[in-house]
Design a protein around this ligand. Sequence first.
Ligand SMILES: NC(=O)c1ccc[n+]([C@@H]2O[C@H](COP(=O)([O-])OP(=O)(O)OC[C@H]3O[C@@H](n4cnc5c(N)ncnc54)[C@H](OP(=O)(O)O)[C@@H]3O)[C@@H](O)[C@H]2O)c1
Length: 282
Amino acid sequence: MTVTYDYTGRTVLVTGGTKGIGAGVAAAFAAAGAHVVVCARTSPPGPPPPGSAPPGSAPPGSAQAGSVQAGSVPGGSASPGLAPDIRFVQADVRDPEDVERLVRGLDRLDVVVNNAGGSPYAPLADTSPRLHARVVELNLLAPLLVARQAYPLLREVGGAIVMIGSASGTRPSPGTSAYGAAKAGLHHLARCLAAEWAPEVRVNTVVVGLASTENAASHYGPDRAAVDATIPAGRMATPADVAAACLWLAAPGYVTGAEVHVHGGGEVPAWSRLAGHPPQDP
Ligand SMILES: NC(=O)c1ccc[n+]([C@@H]2O[C@H](COP(=O)([O-])OP(=O)(O)OC[C@H]3O[C@@H](n4cnc5c(N)ncnc54)[C@H](OP(=O)(O)O)[C@@H]3O)[C@@H](O)[C@H]2O)c1
């Protein structure tokens, strides 16, 4: 069975769409016919090597990470790293002026995927208050800023916002406490905005578990098999898995204020391992 979406004529903004999950989400919307705009602080990496797969063509279950390709679109750069149908705009989503300029450059806007986010490993006692403030800014305040700026355009067309949340916002997240707290706040922000902006604009969250991106080893360590074994589904989520949920949530429908967990069943509980049970046992 295949599920396809037709986003022809729709404009989709993916923040942080130059790498990792965001690049996969951007590629998936572009493959579905959308006009895709991505933003980041730095230009995407150079063009893919000749013969490499076009965006959106990665096989199911593959990482579908890495750069999207070269684009030349008015108002955005003809960056060598973007697909011809994906436009790059340099913008720091924490900066209100950048966000205002980013949205002002759009004629219409149907979907926002608030994806830019993340955090270094930063134990609270050992790292600066400034770092934790920046983490909260990126993961909570920036999506609020982007949503607020995008709202008038989204309302015009009955659009949708998808927040990229995290399992870290649903359970203790030692070492990334500020990040976990910010993501928990983001999940709640989405529920609030869904109620505030209904019925014109739908707002939902994709709560992502461990994901396989180009930075996965630096987040979760080099032993991929050990990481996969912590997940009931037996593998990390790919950007394509996250993109599939985004395509569904952004398509016209009734669902708003909801959270879709893309985490392969969560994390195998410690008690289950201590008791010597394989992950699938109750
Ligand atoms: N990877 C995981 O395992 C995982 C798990 C759960 C949730 N998530 C969530 O999924 C989202 C994407 O994660 P990822 O691992 O794919 O991230 P990533 O590979 O580090 O990519 C982050 C993207 O966001 C951009 N970005 C970062 N700061 C920005 C800023 N201030 N303004 C504009 N763009 C900015 C980056 O480009 P520049 O650096 O050039 O700005 C890049 O394009 C995040 O919200 C993260 O919290 C990830």
